[in-house]
Design a binder for this molecule. Structure first.
Ligand code: 3UK
Length: 513
């Protein structure tokens, strides 16, 4: 299945306008607590927004920074910008002023649009930024907003011609160190991930109702909650609140989605909540997990409790979405699954030689949805975008059956006694212990300069730290793992340092005493 793109292809036409030609004008495209939007209304709103952006002076290739909550305005702005030839850049809405100041200047954006909920940090960031966009507007709410200005615009707009390879949108990738980098995605990228992962891996179709706990500004949420439903002519359900067990269960009961997209920590919290709550989950046919590895134990308990499958898959901001995934009839719990159609992968050793089955190494992938470059970061582009290949920064091994197993970020891997040791594997064993809520394992030099694993642990509510517990955790690890894979030292803490996307920042633990 090769996807072909006609000359003058603007991707907004296939995700938005196509549905009018296919007779879906009256079908509900997006559902939120404040109301439903049909495909016809969506197409009109996108056109009004494209007209507004042109009237405001936006020209081809100029960036529109969006600090916008999951709402219909997110759809209008994202697709309106693309249709007008501008480049939307959805930003994490949970950042602080200094982060926004950096991105406003780094992107040299022509427009900045934000939901009123985030005004304090965004406006403070704008005040600190050396670059001032010519257009600054709130998305919705009181006063002069994008939403209010749309009414005066025409609901007709001819898409600005583009090619499949033209820059289309950016997503900032936070990384574990340094400033965020803008991953530049092309017009074809959303088509590729929607078709190869959404349709051919998940089997998504017109009758599916998609609910993503991950917000639209994450690449994971953007696919789950917007591009996949629009690609198949299905329906997206948006939650304008923090995704907790309570808010996600209430949304599932009210809007009856068929597909649910979460992250491992949320599934763990939901499982805990299911000990006392009995939400109606019967609408769901399938659950998906990504962002970090899904422990086999969480998958087992979820299946037992709900009867539903969770498909773990690995994706990244740079690849746009999931490129290795389990399938309903082809799943190995504890693995990230097999290659998604349209993608290739190799695992390399330290000398860049392909590794045989079972041997861990650096995972490099290739596919038509990967970012062209990082905006104005030639050094980081050079180490990540290797011609047509993308360096994921992850260490994986692939078994004889083609299933990929996560071992950790490449820079987090440990050599213990000369043998590669995955911090993630020790963490997975530790969290199977009933007293452990969360665990992070890092390497630390002992008195002789040799690296040994040490564990940072958040205990389950009420459990006190003790040397007896430490001894018990060592026995627990040794009973499950190779004998050298156990923490030589323990730190009991109230919480672990995490990135905005919830990934443990092991490098912070390494520099801590
Ligand atoms: C890690 C995983 C083990 C891995 C993402 C689905 O997470 C996403 O994108 P990010 O740019 O982070 C990418 C990195 O996260 N990771 C993601 N999924 C898994 N590790 N098992 C997994 N299932 O280190 C990867 O390099 O925030 C996820 C779709 C789109 C995405 N952007």
């Amino acid at each position: 299945g090769v996807l072909t793109f006609p000359d003058g292809f603007n991707v907004a036409t296939v995700f938005i306008d196509r549905h009018l030609a296919e007779g879906r004008a009256g079908k509900v495209a997006v559902r939120t607590a404040s109301g439903d939007t049909t495909y016809g209304e969506l197409a009109a709103g996108v056109n009004r927004c494209a007209n507004l952006l042109v009237a405001l002076g936006l020209s081809r290739g100029e960036r529109v920074l969006m600090v916008v909550k999951d709402s219909i305005e997110f759809f209008y702005l994202f697709w309106g910008a693309i249709k007008a030839g501008a480049v939307p850049v959805p930003l994490n809405t949970m950042l602080r002023a200094k982060d926004y100041a950096f991105m406003i200047a780094n992107a040299e954006c022509a427009a900045l649009v934000y939901s009123p909920e985030f005004a304090a940090e965004v406006e403070a960031g704008l005040a600190q930024s050396p670059h001032q966009p010519s257009v600054v507007l709130r998305a919705a709410g009181e006063g002069d907003t994008v939403a209010a200005r749309l009414a005066a615009q025409s609901d007709r707009f001819d898409a600005v011609p583009a090619s499949a390879e033209d820059d289309c949108f950016w997503l900032y990738s936070s990384g574990s160190t340094g400033n965020p980098k803008g991953a530049v995605h092309r017009h074809r990228d959303m088509v590729v991930s929607s078709e190869f992962y959404g349709v051919r891996t998940l089997g998504a179709g017109e009758d599916d109702v998609f609910f993503s706990a991950a917000k639209l500004f994450f690449a994971y949420g953007l696919g789950n909650g917007m591009t996949f439903p629009l690609w198949v002519g299905g329906t997206a359900v948006l939650l304008d609140a923090r995704p907790t067990p309570e808010s996600t269960f209430a949304t599932i009961e009210r809007f009856r989605p068929t597909l649910f997209f979460g992250v491992p920590t949320l599934y763990a919290a939901q499982l805990h909540a299911l000990e006392s709550a009995t939400p109606d989950l019967t609408a769901l046919r399938l659950c998906v997990s990504a962002g970090e590895a899904l422990p086999a134990d969480i998958l087992r308990r979820w299946r037992e409790r709900t009867g539903l499958m969770i498909l773990d898959g690995i994706g990244s901001t740079e690849a746009l979405h999931i490129f290795i995934s389990n399938r309903v009839d082809d799943c190995k719990p504890g693995s990230s699954g097999r290659l998604v159609e349209g993608y290739e992968a190799v695992i390399l050793d330290e000398a860049d030689r392909p590794q045989p089955a079972g041997e861990p190494g650096r995972l490099i992938i290739k596919g038509l949805s990967t970012a062209r470059c990082y905006w104005r970061s030639p050094e980081k582009t050079e180490t990540t975008m290797l011609g047509e290949w993308l360096n994921t920064g992850d260490t994986y091994y692939c078994d004889e059956d083609g299933f990929f197993f996560y071992c950790g970020r490449s820079d987090d891997m440990l050599k213990v006694g000369g043998i590669w040791c995955s911090p993630f594997e020790i963490e997975a064993a530790l969290i199977e212990h009933p007293s452990v809520l969360e665990a992070a394992v890092v390497g630390r030099s002992d008195g002789e300069g040799l690296v040994k694993p040490e564990a940072w642990i958040v205990l389950a509510g009420g459990v006190p730290a003790s040397t007896a517990l430490e001894a018990d955790l060592v026995v627990h690890c040794k009973s499950r793992l190779a004998p050298y894979k156990f923490p030589r030292k323990f730190h009991f803490v109230d919480e672990l340092p995490k990135t905005a996307t919830g990934k443990i920042q092991r490098f912070r633990l390494r520099i801590e005493e």
